[in-house]
Design a protein around this ligand. Structure first.
Ligand SMILES: [Zn+2]
Length: 487
């Protein structure tokens, strides 16, 4: 599995073919060979329009970027992982610029529509169920549009940064705007993920970067195709993994990615669900402790500390201890929104947990919680996380399960949309019989399943290898080379 600098690039066509197959058939059928039909309405980049020569020019005179090059819609010559990363959805307008010459193509047919000079824009808007495009003095409409730099080393500037690989613009399914997809090789994708997920660190933490690279590679491979109804594989956000393309790449993270390529974690013959989070607060947890999903054998509760005891590997994390405080009035206002959302969530997918989400008081309605009376943790999971939080309101009692407590007790201020973790204690301050203030004292940041990023940094600093780190957080999983896309 290559660093892009070490291998030829027969991939762009396969990527686009893959994306096209999704669009056409509603599913990813894997790389296909597209028809090698080329329609070039004008000379290519760097090529002057010249009178037809009387005799064919010698080979040495063939311009560097010929007018009609063969479309590189070739089958990969070696096992590859290719993926489409959804950067934006439902945008009214998109503009892309490659730093070098690039082709604009109809992504369904492979036809070349226009050739762009370095820095020339491709502008797209939505036109009914099509993409209306304008590029290099040409314009038209197509079901989807591809932008493909002639040299794979050229970056493409898109909203949000600069990116390696090719681009696909398509109508957002069930939307009115456009979706922007970055089609990129797995190893190049990881370069845009690892520094944003675990940060930039010195050499003493190098093995944590390696462990993060393997976890991210595994998560990615396991998720290829999981968002295909949207026209891509993964979101470029915390919905999947934060990805910012070539913007902010880090040399040490790139080295960790190269060191661990092409390894992924496997169990039972397939890639594991390699969840990871910022800080486990001293103990990771099983899946069912926080989500209404079945447990997995390699995602177990792990005490995040040395075998011989001592401080938690993540004990030095700024997220290890935290506190969140609301006035009763503030929290009451937040709960008017989050408790009805919770009841709705439980009526949908969250119902897999079973049990009662809401017990009404006389005349109470789940959609109108009213005044806050009491909060009490009723049950805890084996790792100490909240299994059930009872919130007593005028309208009745809401039985908040697992990680959803984080969505219900949202911070009153700051940038956090949800509470840092479900590993917390509740403190209630009363004036006589009235609630005055609610505080939550917690540990950790994130769901707590799988690799603890700050714990991995602690283990690396203590001299543990990246293989030891992975074995600690994903017990029973084995390292294996990524294989040809089989899903
Ligand atoms: Zn930890």
């Amino acid at each position: 599995m290559g660093r892009s600098s070490l291998r030829a690039r027969p991939v762009a066509g396969a990527l686009l073919a893959c994306a096209c197959a999704w669009l056409a058939a509603g599913g990813c059928a894997g790389p296909k060979r597209l028809p090698s039909v080329v329609v070039s309405p004008r000379p290519g980049p760097g090529v002057e329009a010249t009178p037809e020569p009387v005799v064919p020019p010698p080979a040495a005179d063939v311009p560097e970027h010929p007018v009609a090059p063969p479309i590189p819609w070739l089958e990969p010559a070696e096992p590859l992982r290719l993926l489409g990363v959804g950067l934006l959805e439902d945008r009214p307008r998109l503009e892309l610029r490659a730093e070098g010459a690039a082709w604009v193509r109809d992504a369904d047919s492979g036809h070349t529509l226009a050739a762009l000079e370095a820095g020339e824009p491709l502008a797209c808007t939505r036109a009914g169920e099509d993409v209306a495009w304008r590029a290099g003095g040409e314009e038209g409409r197509a079901r989807s549009i591809a932008l493909q730099p002639i040299d794979p080393g050229f970056l493409v500037s898109a909203p949000g940064g600069s990116y390696r690989g090719d681009f696909l613009v398509l109508p957002t399914p069930r939307g009115t705007g456009l979706t922007l997809v970055n089609n990129v090789e797995l190893e190049d994708y990881l370069k845009g993920v690892v520094p944003w997920e675990i940060g930039r660190h010195d050499d003493t933490k190098f093995d944590a970067l390696c462990a993060q690279a393997v976890a991210a590679r595994t998560y990615t491979v396991a998720r290829i195709g999981s968002r295909q109804a949207r026209g891509f594989d993964l979101y470029a956000t915390v919905m999947d993994q934060v990805y910012k393309g070539a913007t902010g790449e880090d040399a040490r993270c790139n080295e960790a990615i190269a060191t661990t390529a092409p390894l992924v974690l496997r169990h039972g013959g397939r890639e594991i669900e390699a969840y990871y989070s910022a800080c486990c607060g001293g103990s990771s947890c099983a899946v069912s402790e926080v989500w209404p999903k079945p447990d997995l054998p390699y995602l177990r509760r792990v005490a995040d500390k040395p075998e011989q005891g001592g401080d938690a590997w993540c004990g030095g994390s700024p997220y290890y201890h935290w506190r969140e405080t609301w006035s009763a009035r503030e929290l009451e206002r937040i709960l008017q929104r989050t408790l009805p959302e919770y009841v709705e969530y439980m009526a949908q997918g969250g119902g897999a947990w079973g049990g009662v989400a809401y017990t009404p008081a006389r005349g109470g309605s789940a959609g109108r919680p009213g005044a806050l009376r009491q909060l009490e943790i009723k049950r805890r999971t084996p790792s100490g996380r909240v299994a059930e939080l009872a919130i007593v309101m005028d309208a009745g009692t809401y039985h908040v399960r697992g990680d959803r407590a984080r969505w219900v007790l949202t911070p009153a201020s700051g940038n956090l949309a949800i509470l840092r973790s479900a590993l917390f204690e509740v403190e209630v301050v009363r004036d006589d019989d009235r609630l005055r203030e609610v505080s939550v004292r917690g540990r950790g940041f994130g769901h707590g399943i799988g690799l603890c990023q700050t714990g991995a940094l602690g283990m690396a600093a203590a001299g543990r290898s990246w293989r030891d780190i992975l074995a600690h957080y994903y017990p029973g999983a084995t390292l294996d080379a990524v294989t040809r896309q089989e899903r």
